[in-house]
Design a protein around this ligand. Structure first.
Ligand SMILES: [Zn+2]
Length: 467
């Protein structure tokens, strides 16, 4: 073990200095204890602390902001500013300020929400300089955090000042973008896109009935989910629309656009639609596969295809038990949130794929796991109980999957430990999964019959199955 991790520790020391004193070594070992592979743990620490170290020295732009940066300097124009009085119970620490200031700061590279524990010496439209600024993650987004120890000053504008930021008017405009370029750096955007999917759902918001429209948009560069709280007359699947000033939301690391009351949406047709670089016919085709390098480089991707060889199967793959309340994996009969629970059996696979340009860890749910493994959950369980080794299924998975080429379609997002890809569908180019699916279905059918029979005898077992 030590021989395996020694080169990683050396590299961390070269990049980050005294890793014993700074506690980075301890954090590395903690990650290993959580079964994070050494190279992934190392990369994650390099990102985490390498970024913080760099930020000590330099001034950052909004586009450089990442989670958990410390002690950096930033200039930006205030786009929004409001204050919120905290109730005494919320100010947990004695002597903490009772007012929180929140808003949006922007430079020419993007916009970032901020919160400040000190009153800012400026108003909307003015430029500030923040020293000893921090970042944290709030509502799936990086947020600039101005602490009591941060130094904030107003930057005067005019001749001879370093502040050469775009005007308030310019920064407040929501930029026209291709869908691929919409990211967490945008708070609002404008774009043209075709409607690929659309559905209406009735929901109750604050006691009132409302209809929310949701679906998928596409242009020639990407697909993105959208929701609309306003009615969209004349818009249907196949429509090409232009929207102006839609809000950008982040969900599980993937951006989506939200049409609010202030968003203008219009249908494009006739010659104007002909001038666009895409049509409904061109965007409804399957997405063009991405290189893994491209997947690794992005913060969040919606409905993309990539393929590579399985280079490893991660521990934690195989038959697991889930909490019936929240779906979290149950460890030793107990859920992190709900304590002792009667777990529900499930199967999942976490496999690392590599295409020569990069590596991407991919999660497969039960249905897809059964397909690529070629065994059902019940068969895997049977193997688990027939073998004395508790890793029998894991070893079997490694034997069967390692080296295989898989093409996956799904969503990717960046987490603290790097990019993670959740597969929605899978193909094995050199292996006809469709044939395998039919075989599996036949076996499932016969097992289902057995289950129905056993359920008649033992209804309690049946209930657990249904949970
Ligand atoms: Zn739970």
């Amino acid at each position: 073990m030590n021989e395996k991790i020694a080169p990683h520790l050396e590299e961390l020391t070269r990049a980050l200095g005294d890793i014993e004193a700074t506690g980075i070594r301890a954090e590395f070992e903690k990650l290993l204890a959580f079964r994070v592979p050494p190279d992934v743990a190392k990369q994650s620490l390099l990102r985490k602390f390498g970024g913080a170290q760099q930020s000590l020295k330099k001034e950052l732009k909004v586009k450089d902001l990442a989670p958990n940066l410390k002690n950096f300097e930033i200039n930006g124009r205030i786009l929004e500013l409001s204050e919120k009085a905290l109730r005494p119970t919320e100010g947990t620490v004695e002597g903490r300020p009772s007012t929180l200031y929140t808003g949006v700061l922007a430079d020419e590279t993007g916009s970032v929400p901020f919160s400040s524990w000190q009153e800012l010496p400026c108003q909307v439209g003015e430029v500030i300089n923040v020293k000893n600024a921090h970042t944290r993650v709030w509502k799936n987004r990086v947020r600039l955090s101005i602490k009591e120890r941060s130094l904030v000053s107003k930057v005067p504008e005019g001749a001879g000042t370093p502040a050469s930021l775009p005007s308030l008017e310019e920064l407040s405009k929501s930029p026209v973008k291709k869908l691929r370029d919409i990211s967490s750096l945008d708070l609002s955007v404008s774009a043209a896109a075709s409607v690929l999917q659309l559905s209406h759902r009735d929901v109750v918001v604050k006691g009132r009935q409302a209809t929310v429209i949701s679906g998928v948009l596409a242009d020639e560069t990407a697909r993105l989910p959208f929701t609309s709280w306003a009615k969209l007359p004349g818009v249907d699947i196949g429509s090409i629309i232009r929207f102006d000033t839609a809000a950008v939301r982040m969900f599980r690391g993937v951006p989506s656009v939200e049409f609010l009351a202030g968003t203008r949406v219009s249908v494009i047709d006739g010659p104007e639609a002909g001038e666009l670089a895409f049509s409904f016919e061109s965007v409804k085709k399957d997405p063009v596969p991405l290189k893994m390098r491209e997947v690794e480089a992005r913060d969040g991707l919606f409905d993309v295809v990539t393929s590579g060889n399985v280079v490893s199967v991660r521990p934690g793959s195989g038959v697991i038990s889930r909490c019936p309340e929240c779906g979290r994996a149950v460890q030793k009969g107990s859920c992190r949130m709900h304590g002792k629970v009667e777990g529900v059996r499930d199967m999942r696979i976490k496999a690392v794929l590599d295409d020569g340009t990069g590596t991407v860890p991919v999660m497969f749910n039960r249905e897809l796991s059964e397909l690529i493994y070629g065994k059902t959950l019940e068969e895997a369980e049977a193997l688990m109980y027939s073998d004395i080794s508790k890793d029998a299924v894991f070893e079997d998975l490694r034997r069967i999957l390692t080296g295989r080429v898989l093409s996956v379609r799904g969503n990717a997002s960046r987490t603290e430990y790097g990019v993670s890809f959740v597969a929605e569908s899978v193909r094995a180019p050199e292996d006809d999964l469709a044939v395998r699916a039919v075989e599996l279905l036949h076996r499932l059918d016969s097992m289902e019959e057995n289950r129905v029979r056993s359920r008649a005898v033992s209804p309690v077992a049946g209930e657990v199955d249904d949970a």
